[in-house]
Design a protein around this ligand. Structure first.
Ligand code: 3Y8
Ligand code: NAP
Length: 249
């Protein structure tokens, strides 16, 4: 009897969960517990870490999971690494649903960097207005450049003081439209954007708006993920699950 675990937390994972629920397949959706009120799911849902590789292996055995789909974010490197190890340990088939990275096009003014430290160093010395659209987990290193006026965007309201003397927070969970992004960038006179190369559509609008406005984007490259089978479409995941759903019919 098939029972799939979806490692979720992304728009793509939500669409996959919808398709699996419609096909009547047995599956569990898993959130990492990063946000206060994650979007609801039709599938049974669990929230929070498993407890490392061992915790995930125990979960797979205990719950009789027969297939794991890693539909987490391309920057969720620890979760993806744990999934590769736990699935190898338990002999559970694993497939990653991974969205292609955004590719610089004509007119994009990108400064591509490998990590947060390089992103901080890429900002100019003179005070500028910077939009940090990278969530809350990686804000502290920008404290090394306190001279700038920062606009941050979080899914949930910040708890406690921010590590930046001149910062205001937009609380919004996205996905974002191009009109949203023009409004945000113009109303706050943003001059620089820091973004992660997440891929997909949900975070893309700020990149398109930046191109139109000619703003420089410091683009964080994805972390190296372990080698594992991967697809980019939900149809391929459903086929892998042995289900030729009449998708989109
Ligand atoms: C908890 C699930 C849906 C899914 C919405 C997508 C789109 C909007 C764009 C910006 C960039 C960022 C961030 C972002 C986007 C979608 C999608 C996407 C980027 C939720 C969600 C969870 C999270 C966790 C959250 C992180 C943060 C990252 C904000 C739910 C809403 C920056 C990614 O404030 C925080 O603590 C935020 C934490 C992890 C990145 C980080 O590392 O800080 N996502 N985002 C997941 C879990 O608990 O397992 O709450 O419902 C999902 C979505 N976030 O409903 O259609 O394509 O997935 N999420 C990035 O770097 O691009 C925002 O602001 O322009
Ligand atoms: P991470 O750094 O790779 O993971 C850190 C730890 O969080 C993992 O080792 C695991 O804890 C737990 N975890 C992460 N994702 C989990 C999941 N789906 N289910 C159960 N536990 C999970 O991950 P992250 O970058 O913080 O991302 C956390 C979540 O937010 C993921 O679901 C990811 O998809 C989502 N996210 C979404 C976006 C977006 O743009 N949509 C961006 C970033 C992150 P244990 O070791 O204890 O098991």
């Amino acid at each position: 009897m098939m029972r799939a675990l979806i490692l979720g937390g992304t728009a793509d994972a939500n669409l996959l969960a919808e398709t699996i629920a419609q096909a009547g397949l047995e599956a569990v959706y898993s959130y990492g517990g990063r946000t206060r009120a994650p979007a609801g799911q039709k599938l049974p849902t669990r929230i929070g870490g498993f407890g490392g590789v061992t915790g995930l292996s125990d979960y797979l055995r205990r719950e009789g999971i027969t297939h794991v789909i890693d539909a987490t974010h391309p920057f969720a490197a620890e979760m993806s690494g744990n999934a590769v190890m736990a699935c190898a340990e338990t002999g559970t088939p694993l497939l990653a649903l991974e969205r292609a990275p955004w590719v610089r096009t004509a007119g994009d003014n990108w400064i591509e960097v490998a990590d947060i430290t390089s992103a901080v160093a890429a900002l100019p010395e003179r005070r500028v207005r910077v939009f940090l659209a990278i969530g809350r987990q990686h804000i502290a290193p920008f404290g090394a450049r306190p001279q700038h006026a920062y606009t941050l965007r979080f899914v949930d309201p910040p708890e406690g003081a921010l590590p930046l003397p001149d910062a205001d927070v937009i609380v919004s969970r996205g996905p974002f439209t191009i009109d949203d992004e023009f409004e945000t960038l113009r109303s706050r006179a943003i001059e620089w954007i820091v973004a992660r190369n997440s891929g997909g559509a949900g975070a893309r609008a700020k990149i398109d708006a930046a191109r139109v406005l000619g703003l420089p984007v410091i683009m964080l490259a994805r972390p190296q993920l372990p080698d594992r089978p991967r697809v980019e479409s939900i149809a391929e995941v459903m086929e892998w699950l042995g289900h030729r759903a009449c998708l989109g019919a």
